[in-house]
Design a protein around this ligand. Sequence first.
Ligand code: CDP
Length: 251
Amino acid sequence: MSVTTFKKAQAVSQSENKAQKQTQGKIVIAVDGPSASGKGTLARKMAERLGYAYLDTGALYRAVALATLELGGDPAKFKDVEPALEIVKNNLTPELLENEALRSYEVSEAASRIAALPQVRIGLLEYQRDFARNPPGDVGGAVLDGRDIGTIVCPDADVKFFVTASAEERSRRRFEELKNSRPNLTQEKVLEDIQQRDQRDSNRKAAPSIAAADACIIDTTKLTSDEVLEEVVNLVRSRFLTESDISPSEG
Ligand code: CDP
């Protein structure tokens, strides 16, 4: 595979971007895409390789969903979600976003519902933008993954990727992740859920999940995560980094 296999929705002037970076410093990389497309793994590994900070924005929605369920609220009603949103906003730490409980099937479902509430999206926006502008630690940039990073959260991101895969392949991957913790689950049920969540994500009025016009679209249906990683890291490096920007551990 080569970078040319990435479909580009709109050409971006590399020299323009490079010049801009020389004056502004930190690089922002947006990674969007549907459920189980591989965007999270890609974004996390990309951040590791480039030595950038990483934010899984889905974990923010998941944290609000978990808190709503713990308070006995209905994830589709903002009046029930509001107290959970306040708790999460006041306690946002990296540990909170790494909580294993955020990954459960119930929380995934609830997160998809609360993410459709415009007040929740607005409530979480500033944290995400601050993270992109001032990533924690002495790093050269930030990688954020989600559904609306390239369109709403960071429309001026330096590089945007939209990672996708067929619904069948995504349900196969998600089923592999869940089958041990939920022995009664079938791949058909996971496919059905993924299709419903795609529907909700793409059709909701607030920040529907769509590729930014200037995003590189990566279809991972037939690619391994390592193949995709090499290509995107090379693309980012060739666009923005000089030899001295690359950390020694990268070789
Ligand atoms: O990839 P997966 O759907 O399993 O989960 P996620 O990326 O952790 O996102 C959890 C839920 O939050 C999704 O169902 C999305 O609807 C929502 N989300 C969003 O609306 N906007 C984001 N920037 C990130 C996640």
